[in-house]
Design a protein around this ligand. Structure first.
Ligand SMILES: C[S@@+](CC[C@H](N)C(=O)[O-])C[C@H]1O[C@@H](n2cnc3c(N)ncnc32)[C@H](O)[C@@H]1O
Length: 241
């Protein structure tokens, strides 16, 4: 299933690297405010789900400003991490953070697309992608590429936003996603881009359907876990040994 959102902004697809180039400098601040800081705990959970050995070789797809890549580096002290993203602007912000953390020997950031990963088969012990799979136009192809570059028995952890569940807290979360997020995002970024967030969440398949897409792409789906009243889901898969 692909995202049915019409191109805007000079014909460039919303959610592409070009869109993220435009908001790269404000992305981290917007992310913290919009997620009310909860994204940090979701990221930690995502990294723990990988069960990494200390010296693991990990690929973080759609790495953006490298928050998850840095989280992995902190969690597994000898791990080597490659962060990949099509947005040079996001990677430039990420590179400064990697420099500041003194991690240039273990974290490298490269330009690339999830649908055509520039790596040999069976290169990585684990793959992560946080808030990124939503933006990949051909998700099955992206998932197949991730499978190809993972070693047999290796893990995949996908963190992605979703439509919150019902109930009082779910309804409050829904209101946050549908009204406050685009309002605050639009105000702070001075652009329309953050409306894309709300619309792309609504266009993303329900968690069980996305699990089936992972399965069809060849992943053994080990766990699908709703986070914070279903505002996000963690999907954990394994490449058959
Ligand atoms: C919402 S940001 C997430 C960044 C980061 N993973 C995080 O957790 O903050 C989505 C990222 O997906 C990237 N992206 C868009 N299209 C992509 C594609 N086809 N392949 C890989 N990444 C893509 C964007 O450039 C952007 O950096």
């Amino acid at each position: 299933m692909t995202l049915e959102i019409t191109p805007e902004q000079g014909g460039q697809r919303l959610g592409s690297g070009a869109m993220f180039d435009r908001i790269a400098d404000r992305y981290d601040l917007l992310n913290r405010i919009i997620s009310l800081g909860i994204d940090g705990s979701w990221r930690r959970k995502t990294v723990r789900a990988l069960g990494l050995g200390d010296d693991a070789h990990v690929l973080d797809v759609a790495t953006g400003t490298a928050d998850l890549a840095l989280e992995i580096a902190g969690h597994a002290p000898s791990a080597h991490i490659v962060g990949l993203d099509p947005s040079e602007g996001m990677l430039a912000v990420g590179r400064k953070k990697v420099d500041r953390a003194g991690l240039t020997d273990r974290v490298s950031l490269v330009v690339g697309d999830a649908m055509s990963l520039p790596f040999e088969d069976a290169t990585f012990d684990a793959i992560t992608i946080a808030f990124g799979i939503r933006n990949v136009p051909d998700r099955p192809k992206g998932l197949e590429e991730m499978l190809r570059v993972t070693k047999p028995g290796g893990t995949l952890a996908i963190l992605e936003l979703s439509e919150p569940e019902g109930g009082v807290m779910g309804s409050l979360a829904k209101m946050h996603v549908h009204t406050i997020v685009p309002f605050v995002g639009g105000l702070l970024s001075g652009s329309q881009e953050y409306r894309y967030l709300q619309r792309s969440i609504a266009a993303f398949p329900p968690a069980d359907q996305f699990g089936q897409i992972m399965h069809k792409a060849g992943w053994e789906v080990e766990r699908i876990e709703p986070l914070t009243f279903g505002v996000a889901h963690l999907y954990v898969g394994r490449k058959p040994a």
